[in-house]
Ligand binder design. Structure first.
Ligand code: TXA
Ligand code: MG
Length: 322
């Protein structure tokens, strides 16, 4: 069932059902984070390994520090004040409220207060934390519209709350606060520089080679077709693009044999917003491969490049999803 009513979605969550809910980043597949049965179904529907923790979404900062984590360090307070509601997830030692099934046996909990008012309305009405991984099948491209969720998960989701297209388009930045030093596990719209500025301390960055959180695998965010990446349109045109779907912004009047052309827009924000929809659209063409012109590094560009590098690593077979 598709609805626009947050109270319908909240009632379904309270009844132990699975609800796809929009956020400003991507759509999540939500279940009550205290309900073991609902969580078991969530993992089965998503095809996600049970040792893979889910983000627990809460309504506000006060809810975040009401038993979901066992401690609320100064760094969490600073980041909450600076970036919540918004696309930032903090990892803390787990409190007693989240069921172990939501935490993948980590003993830690990932907490986020989404910015989209509709998402917070659902969480407030449900009066619990909502465990919600991205509402795609494990390893695949995240959904940024209700239609994407329907295509990926169909009838296995009880309720899809349609909040329109996601405004940011890439998943939240994840900061691990359980170690000696804050560590960014996944890049998103909140950059490392923004976090360092807020905390007034150096932060370890996400590196593709560093050991990472379960699920921030090198191989993820993968379309069906092989993906290859280039740094510029000129570089793309040096290739044989016949049969290729090209994702590129610029004077793409000369198509060099590409059979489909998708424009991610002139800014990093537009690129992020459109990224997953364009990968899906490219994937649905008759093309034999997808060639993507990367956005410039820095800011949101780093998060986009990160996701595209994982998409490319996966489909080229240089890694595996465990
Ligand atoms: O923007 C987002 O973060 C979206 C929306 C729905 O909030 N959610 C999302 O969830 O992207 P998911 O499950 O697709 O990605 C969350 C990542 C996973 O890589 C997971 O392994 C990691 O966060 N994670 C969750 N809990 C963790 C924990 N306790 N310790 C380490 N990593 C954790
Ligand atoms: Mg995901």
């Amino acid at each position: 069932m598709i609805t626009r009513d947050p109270e319908v979605a909240a009632a379904a969550l309270a009844a132990g059902q699975l609800v796809a809910l929009p956020t400003e980043t991507v759509y999540g597949l939500g279940a009550d984070a205290t309900n073991a049965t609902a969580l078991a179904r969530l993992y089965a529907v998503k095809g996600r390994p049970l040792d893979h923790p889910s983000i627990v979404h809460v309504a506000d900062r006060d809810a975040a520090c009401s038993g979901w984590s066992s401690v609320w360090p100064a760094a969490a307070e600073t980041l909450a004040q600076a970036f919540w509601p918004g696309p930032l997830t903090v990892i803390l030692p787990a409190g007693s409220r989240a069921h172990a099934a939501a935490l993948g046996g980590t003993g830690t909990v990932a907490l986020r207060v989404p910015a989209l008012p509709l998402a917070r309305a659902v969480i407030r009405h449900a009066n619990t934390g909502i465990a919600a991984p991205s509402a795609n099948r494990f390893g695949k491209v995240s959904p940024t519209t209700a239609q994407h969720v329907l295509e990926d998960l169909g009838e296995s989701v009880d309720v899809i709350l349609d909040g329109g297209p996601c405004s940011i388009g890439v998943e939240s930045t994840i900061v691990d606060l359980t170690g000696d030093q804050p560590r960014v596990l996944r890049l998103g719209a909140i950059t490392i520089a923004m976090i360092e500025q807020a905390l007034q301390t150096p932060v370890t960055g996400a590196s593709r080679d560093a050991p990472r959180a379960p699920g921030t695998l090198a191989t993820h965010y993968a379309p069906r077709l092989p993906v290859s990446l280039v740094d510029s349109l000129a570089q793309a045109y040096q290739r044989d693009l016949s049969g290729v779907a090209l994702i590129a912004h610029g004077p793409t009047d000369v198509e060099h044999g590409a059979i489909a052309l998708f424009d991610p827009g002139a800014t990093q924000a537009l690129y992020a917003e459109r990224l997953y929809a364009l990968l899906r659209a490219a994937d649905a063409t008759e093309a034999i491969a997808i060639v993507v012109v990367l956005p410039s590094p820095g800011g949101l560009g780093d998060a986009i490049r990160d996701r595209l590098q994982r998409a490319a690593a996966t489909t080229l077979g240089s890694g595996s999803i465990s």
